[in-house]
Design a protein around this ligand. Sequence first.
Ligand SMILES: [Zn+2]
Length: 412
Amino acid sequence: MNLRFLGGAREVGRSALLVNERLLVDFGTLTANPPQFPVETPDPEAVVVSHGHLDHVGMLPALLSGTGRPPVHWTPPTYELAMTLAKDTLKLHGGTYNCPFTETELRRLTQVSETHGYGGSESFSAAGHEVTFFNAGHIPGSAHVLIDDGETRLLYTGDFHTDDQRLVAGTTARPDADLVICESTYADVEHEPRARVEKRFAESVTTTLWEGGTVIVPAFAIGRTQELMCICAAHDIPCYVDGMGTRVTEMLRRYPTFLRDGEAFKRAISHARVVTGRDGQRKRIVDQQAAIITTSGMLSGGPAMSYIPEIRANPTNKITMTGYQVEGTPGRQLLETGSAEIDGQIMPISAQVEQYDFSAHADRTGLLEFLESYRETPLLINHGDRCEAFAEELREKGYEARAPELGISLEV
Ligand SMILES: [Zn+2]
């Protein structure tokens, strides 16, 4: 089997792997200013996608700008998320370097899409390879991808979580493989146990609401918004939900089998009130003693920008960050300095600011637990900021592990 690492090698972002020069796995963007794309745009016979995050699907439509029409294989939620993200990119950046595709490529994407479920009974053929998806427990529809070319079985983990979240159950599948490409986003981090994070979050929000305050909960649209809706419902916290997360929520309602508990998710939807933003609704709800779950998760756009100026001056109010804050984002700035640049204006924030780790990735313990099933299997470590160091640690533990460099071609 030949592998070419076109992105996501020794970095987080622009994931792209070309198998046997014929089958492309993921084709994402690296969020930066300007964004970065995989080192090459190949002409594959077929494409397989692990999950619907920008760093795995962001560049996908660009594959369809020439004459090639490779089928794109994914789960139904991944397809829908990729389309939602692509439409959003087109809306925000259409016609610029940041959006390397047009409406035409999006239309073509709907024509080449082929959806599949999880498990051996749903295996399919792609560019001469037998491919199987397994639940990866990261976001709804996320998959470990097992690729068999007749000689070698490659397991590409994609992003995964070993612990249960309210929205999706953790990964349990450990399919036999001859080679594993493993993500390592949090190879040097131990997450606080999820139940404890959730309890601290619920108690903190509830206290603020009792004191008469409002809590703004910036959240990523995909997965995090819905996870927080489930948490609010479970703890009976009154909440509104706003931004792109509401569209994703509507979509996921149609795919209960890709969720841990479809009924609980429906209850969470009935529990939350959706903000349309019409008739000054946002200004009206900021003093209603509720949690407002809203995009963007790093305060870099979305309705969060209209809530922060409204609530920032009152120290009874609270802002709870719920995800990793990339350097250079207003969210990161707020955590580090107590001020945030909103719409070009630096605003000091008197409201309380807190951060919670609701990660959807396995931490160090989770990664090692997963890899315990692959003691005798060669490992390639990717999708991390310290891939080489983690590979080195794994070698010390007796594994055969390495971290391929960006752009290289490997014969395995
Ligand atoms: Zn992801």
